[in-house]
Design a protein around this ligand. Structure first.
Ligand code: S3P
Length: 449
């Protein structure tokens, strides 16, 4: 018998499968899940988390917090119990922290280590090892941490925490919630007030959850800027956290249902934090029928069930000011634009080039391979839609589309396959497990009805 090769790629052809019908529930929000584990691990006492996303990225965070002394245990599906060590009491990890594919784990944990008297080495997969860490090293070095990084400020990278760290006032040079969060988390164990100024608002889950755990954190709005101040050293008290569903995961089903003729489905438990939900605004501007049912609050975040019906979409110029609130949703928006009538123009998207892959270049070539009309520009894509006709797809004698270890490319091109004539073959579906382990099962359940 031949042993299976754990490094082998998992190619898969996604084909047209009729309308999406029925009801599904999306898994927990990835950003909130990371933060729930980290803050629980820093509170003194036992926190309980339900609805946690059990994707590989979040499991990397859980393993790292265990390696630094917290007890982090799974007690049921999406249910976790964490006994924290207390701010200031993280232990020196015995081995390098393997962050897998997860930029969020890496950058936020670099912030935590930076103000603790410990040294930690971060390693990751081929995709993560290309991503820029200089953007977090810069403010954390100002706080007193020391770094030894690979060329270009990448992983593998060692952080020596400052003892003690000094508070800074830092204006974000890029719209990045990860950089903001790294500085705020470093501020937890830094005596005095650490200030982050955000010229453009980014997702605010760190601020919401830090306050929920009892940190002294204030947010002031001033001339369109947000000034966030956190007072250290902080004491965090354990919490019961319910993680709402991930709008970035819901996005794939929303677009698939808008595009596939005859679709009418409900996606339950979708987080609609305004710093995350701009994709739904843009899709509505394009003519998408997306209805919010049963609006409520889950874990301090607005949530609704989304009823989505097949709609004729029209191309638009996407307002670049909306980009930070839908930064992870552009790959699937590009798929929607490929089937809209007319031209969609996106700008201001330089940040997409430093995600799990260069999402402008990779989506341009994947969609072109599937027969879409796409022009790649420095800061965005321009797409001429088919007017609702299916994409041609990738023929069986051509190479599959390359996903470059990027979960959102794989899922976006799966959606493109559903609305194509010949199907789309994706070279590797394994990265989907980083954020959405049951994606294919849910897709099959919606298309089987
Ligand atoms: C995230 C912030 C965003 C996003 C990422 C998750 C977070 O990254 O792309 O998937 O949880 O803070 P940037 O901070 O690099 O924009």
């Amino acid at each position: 018998m031949q042993a299976t090769d754990p490094t082998a790629m998992h190619p898969r052809r996604f084909v047209a499968s009729g309308p999406l019908r029925g009801t599904i529930r999306v898994p927990g929000d990835k950003s909130i899940s990371h933060r729930a584990i980290m803050l629980s691990a820093l509170a003194v006492g036992e926190s309980r988390i339900t609805g946690l996303l059990e994707g590989e990225d979040v499991l990397s965070t859980a393993a790292a917090m265990r390696a630094m002394g917290a007890q982090v245990e799974r007690t049921g599906e999406g249910e976790w119990r964490v006994n924290g060590v207390g701010v200031g009491a993280l232990l020196q990890p015995g081995q390098a922290l393997d962050m897998g594919n997860s930029g969020t784990s890496t950058r936020l944990l670099m912030g935590l280590v930076a103000s603790h008297p410990i040294t930690a080495t971060f390693i990751g997969d081929a995709s993560l090892s290309k991503r820029p860490m200089g953007r977090v090293m810069e403010p954390l070095a100002q706080m007193g941490a020391e770094f030894t990084a690979s060329d270009g400020g990448t992983l593998p990278l060692m952080v020596r925490g400052a003892q003690p760290a000094v508070p800074i006032e830092y204006r974000l040079p890029v719209a990045s919630a990860q950089v903001k969060s790294a500085v705020l988390l470093a501020g937890l164990n830094t005596r005095g007030i650490t200030t982050v100024i955000e010229p453009v608002p980014t997702r605010d889950h760190s601020e919401r959850m830090l306050r929920g755990f009892g940190a002294d954190l204030t947010v002031e709005e001033n001339g369109g800027e947000r000034i966030i101040r956190i007072r250290g050293e902080a004491d965090l008290s354990p919490q019961q956290i319910v993680v709402p569903g991930d709008p970035s995961s819901a996005a794939f089903f929303v677009v698939a249902a808008l595009l596939a003729g005859g679709s009418d489905c409900v996606i339950e438990n979708v987080g609609l934090n305004p710093t995350r939900a701009a994709l739904f605004t843009v899709l509505r501007q394009m003519g998408g029928q997306i209805e919010e049912l049963n609006r409520r609050e889950v874990g301090g975040e607005p949530v609704a069930d989304l009823r989505v019906r097949h709609s004729a979409l029209s191309g638009i110029e996407v307002d670049p000011a909306l980009a930070p609130a839908m930064i992870d949703e552009f790959p699937v928006l590009f798929v929607a634009a490929s089937l809209a009538s007319g031209r969609t123009v996106t700008t201001g998207l330089e940040e997409l080039r430093v995600k799990e892959s260069d999402r402008l270049a990779v989506m341009a070539s994947a969609l072109t391979a599937a027969g879409a009309r796409v022009e790649e520009r420095e800061d965005g894509l321009v797409i001429e839609g088919t007017g609702g006709d299916p994409l041609p797809g990738t023929s069986t004698d051509r190479a599959p589309v390359a996903t470059h270890l990027d979960h959102r490319i794989a899922m976006s091109m799966a959606v493109a396959g559903l609305v194509s004539r010949d199907g789309v073959e994706v070279d590797d579906t394994r990265p989907i497990a980083t954020s959405f382990p049951n994606f294919i099962a849910l897709l099959e359940s919606l298309t089987a009805q």
